[in-house]
Design a binder for this molecule. Structure first.
Ligand code: C5P
Length: 232
């Protein structure tokens, strides 16, 4: 199983992103480009970081009618990213359409993940705002099973749910988990969090880490600390 630390490049533009990455020298971390950076810079930033040899998780969380998602994914497929995602709430039909769009003529495709429930969501908000009455873990497992049925590579979920997802969907079903915080760092807006060291023992294949690295006084040291805790 592939274990990795993915740095969330939640920056507003190319200049800030490149000056952040320059601190890493020859090191080539696996990075995540999210909505903020992609909407600011477009596909150019993806191509530029690919050219630098970085592995890229393009985190755009598509959620629309199946036809639209299929066509959008076909465009993203041309960017040759390593990982991308959709919302599981978009239904199995939408996830299947996403996979179709992403699949290259030779049958291969980037890892396609489904977002189960955002790690900023808690059970009270699910119940009171979204009218989802089931417990969080049941909802996440159900969405993960849907993603597996649609043929996706895995899910984005909280580290608290990764072990259960693995148990229900199989060891080969990828769990990618944001909501990672060092024992001594702030939770920010995340609700369901875990340290890199604990994530390692909880069935997380890859951890996505943003502010604990990007907002650290020494981001390279914070990244190394993540690697040590998670992979060491
Ligand atoms: O700064 P922080 O470590 O909280 O960043 C987490 C990253 O993971 C953000 O880019 C956020 O958009 C993303 N993410 C998340 N929860 C999900 C899916 C993605 O926090 N369920």
């Amino acid at each position: 199983m592939r274990h990795d630390v993915i740095i969330a490049l939640d920056f507003e533009n190319r200049a800030r992103t490149l000056s952040f990455l320059d601190r890493f020298g020859a090191e080539q971390p696996f990075v995540k480009i999210g909505m903020e950076l992609f909407y600011a810079e477009g596909p150019t930033i993806v191509r530029e970081l690919k050219q630098r040899g970085l592995k890229i998780f393009l985190d755009l969380k598509l959620h629309d009618i199946p036809n639209t998602v299929r066509k959008a994914m076909a465009v993203l497929s041309g960017l040759d990213v390593d990982m991308t995602n959709v919302h599981a709430a978009g239904t199995i039909a939408m996830m299947q359409a996403a996979l179709e769009g992403l699949t290259r003529p030779d049958g291969s495709h980037a890892d396609l993940l489904a977002v189960t429930q955002l790690t900023s969501t808690d059970e009270a908000r699910m119940r009171e705002e979204l009218w989802i009455d089931r417990p969080m873990d049941q909802t996440v497992l159900h969405y993960a099973a849907n993603a597996r049925q649609a043929g996706l590579t895995g899910v984005v979920c909280s580290p608290l749910e990764a072990a259960q997802v693995k148990e229900a969907c199989g060891a080969g079903f990828l769990t990618v988990t944001p909501g990672i915080r060092f024992a001594d760092s702030a939770a920010d807006d995340q609700r369901r969090i875990m340290t890199p060291a604990k994530a390692k023992t909880h069935g997380c294949d890859c951890i996505v880490v943003g502010r604990p690295i990007t907002a650290a006084a020494d981001p390279v040291a914070a990244y190394r600390r993540c690697l040590e805790e998670f992979l060491g």
